[in-house]
Write a protein that binds this ligand. Structure first.
Ligand code: GLP
Length: 257
């Protein structure tokens, strides 16, 4: 794993936006795997600015989001479809966009259709990930199969509580989501994970330095060939090998080889 530690969340978001833009410049037809959550808002804001400045284009790209709440139609204010339109799709030249349909008549059929669509597209080129405070990626909660495909997951109470800020009442937060599986994510050519803030400190330590375990789904990324983990100081506080990461990538910069 490439571990890039930045002084603050702003610099970490700059770094991730640049990694995505760089991939689109060298490979315009990339299949982007996109994520939602508060963490990604700063990344998308930077990508919109880069697009407006003529530094990046999404015209040749295709996107597949990680997940969607079961039961929410695309136009629901709390759906991830809506999040993506507000934070990215409505502001850039990305037109070939995909998310699971949370209001499908049969969510299991929809999950299988979504997995097949990703396979048919040739799998994900660059997968962007956030990190749940409990170590989840997408909505793959602790104890998820490390080889799972897109399917329905029951959300933990802690995840529903963390996401309740987007809903009027806690009871409105859906109990289930359709999420890319861990096996789906692991087929991506490249993974870029962004996490910042003290709330992620335990999950970051378990992901990078803990055992590979379904107890912390993100720890499976230790088995991926090309992962870049971008974090800030606050999220890095629990890392035992911190001095080593600083030596390899001072200030989150490129490797000194
Ligand atoms: C959400 C999403 C994840 C996201 C994570 C962290 O529930 N399903 O894709 O990475 O939880 O969210 P945040 O960035 O708001 O902390």
């Amino acid at each position: 794993m490439k571990i890039l530690i930045h002084p603050d969340a702003e610099r970490a978001a700059d770094c991730v936006a640049e990694l995505i833009a760089a991939r689109l410049r060298t490979e315009p037809a990339t299949n982007l795997g996109l994520a939602t959550g508060g963490t990604m808002e700063a990344v998308y804001a930077r990508l919109i600015a880069a697009y407006r400045g003529g530094q990046v284009s999404f015209a040749g790209a295709t996107s597949f989001n990680l997940d969607e709440y079961v039961g929410l139609p695309p136009d629901h204010p709390c759906s991830y479809w809506r999040y993506m339109r507000e934070h990215l799709f409505d502001h850039v030249d990305l037109t070939d966009t995909h998310l699971p349909h949370g209001d499908a008549a049969d969510a299991e059929v929809e999950a299988a259709r979504y997995e097949a669509a990703i396979v048919a597209a040739g799998d994900i080129g660059l997968q962007l990930l956030g990190l749940g405070a409990n170590g989840h990626i997408g909505f793959n909660e602790p104890t998820s199969s490390l080889s799972s495909l897109t399917r329905i997951k029951t959300l933990t109470r802690s995840t529903r509580e963390a996401n309740a800020r987007y809903f009027e009442r806690f009871e409105d937060v859906p109990r289930h989501a359709i999420t890319m599986g861990i096996g789906t994510i692991m087929r991506a050519d490249e993974v870029v994970l962004l996490a910042y803030g003290a709330g992620k400190v335990d999950a970051v330590a378990a992901m990078i330095e803990g055992p590979v375990s379904a107890a912390c789904p993100a720890s499976v990324l230790q088995m991926h060939r090309k992962v870049t983990v971008v974090i800030d100081e606050a999220a890095a506080k629990g890392l035992k090998l911190r001095a080593y990461y600083d030596e390899v990538h001072p200030d989150g910069g490129e490797a000194l080889l």
